[in-house]
Design a protein around this ligand. Structure first.
Ligand SMILES: [Zn+2]
Length: 275
């Protein structure tokens, strides 16, 4: 892939330092080791296993009461009141599925945090498309930008940004550390600028950042694949017009449930263009 030379700021609500745009890179695949053995304790018919650390993440299967499990690592997710404890931690099992640790009887061993890149790309329903036709100028959590939770797509100012699949708009926000989202941002600011989140089937959330002006959709609006959400700009922590695009497996979208948009789109048969 062509090495990007353009400067693009990191985005995301956490903000992050600007770095030189690196060549896109895929997230590493992490082979899970067993950190702890536990037993499922549930009074109901079964404890759901999910693709991400929240009850909004789509269900993979279920484990019955008394099942012995091998835990690889844990991540912070939705807080759950369970039959063993109350906790926001979710355990990742050897098959990359997640269960709430609130239903796990185990020795009080320290379970290591999962590498943030290790959430499996789920099988998703629906029809998908790329939000803009543009080159990929910065990848997901590259070595140079480990906290870059999305991809940067080098679309021109005012390019229409389209919903990647059908869903419901769940956020329309101006997120900037100071000033306005209606003006060009800069590397000295933090935040995603004008941005939109859309929730899709299977608990998938997509996020679209740095729009040029207030997005043209509203929270609660049902959108189709291809509905225009807004237009490319450079609001917030951004040094030039581009779309910063994120994919999350679970709502709300958090750093813990961000997955590589490159891998996600690849799983639905789509490839971002090269710059
Ligand atoms: Zn970005």
């Amino acid at each position: 892939m062509k090495r990007a030379t353009t400067l693009f700021a990191a985005a995301g609500t956490l903000g992050s330092a600007l770095t030189l745009g690196p060549a896109p890179a895929h997230a590493d695949t992490v082979t899970p080791d067993i950190a702890a053995i536990g037993t499922i304790v549930t009074a109901s018919t079964g404890l759901n296993t999910r693709i991400g650390p929240s009850s909004a993440s789509s269900r993979i299967g279920a484990l019955t009461n008394g099942t012995t499990i091998a835990i690889s690592c844990r991540v912070a997710g939705e807080f759950i009141t369970g039959s063993v404890t109350n906790t926001g931690y979710w355990d990742r099992l050897a098959d990359n599925s997640f269960i709430s640790d609130a239903f796990v009887q185990r020795e009080s061993t320290d379970i290591p945090k999962c590498a943030t890149t290790a959430i499996a790309i789920p099988a998703v329903s629906g029809i998908w498309m790329l939000p803009v036709r543009a080159g990929l100028v910065s990848g997901f959590r590259t070595v140079e930008r480990p906290v870059h939770d999305g991809v940067d797509l080098g679309a021109a100012r005012n390019t229409a940004i389209r919903s990647a699949s059908a869903g419901t708009v769940i956020r329309v926000v101006c997120n900037v550390s100071r000033g306005s989202c209606d003006v060009d941002g800069s590397r000295s600011l933090r935040g995603c600028g004008w941005y939109v989140e859309v929730q899709h089937a299977d608990g998938i959330v997509t996020r679209y950042c740095h729009m040029i002006r207030q997005p043209s959709v509203a929270v609660g609006q049902v959108v189709g694949r291809g509905t225009v959400l807004g237009h490319v700009g450079t609001s917030g922590s951004s040094s030039g017009p581009h779309l910063h695009f994120e994919v999350h497996v679970g709502a709300p979208a958090t750093r813990a449930n961000a997955v590589s948009p490159i891998d996600f789109m690849s799983a639905v048969g789509l490839t971002f263009g090269s710059a």
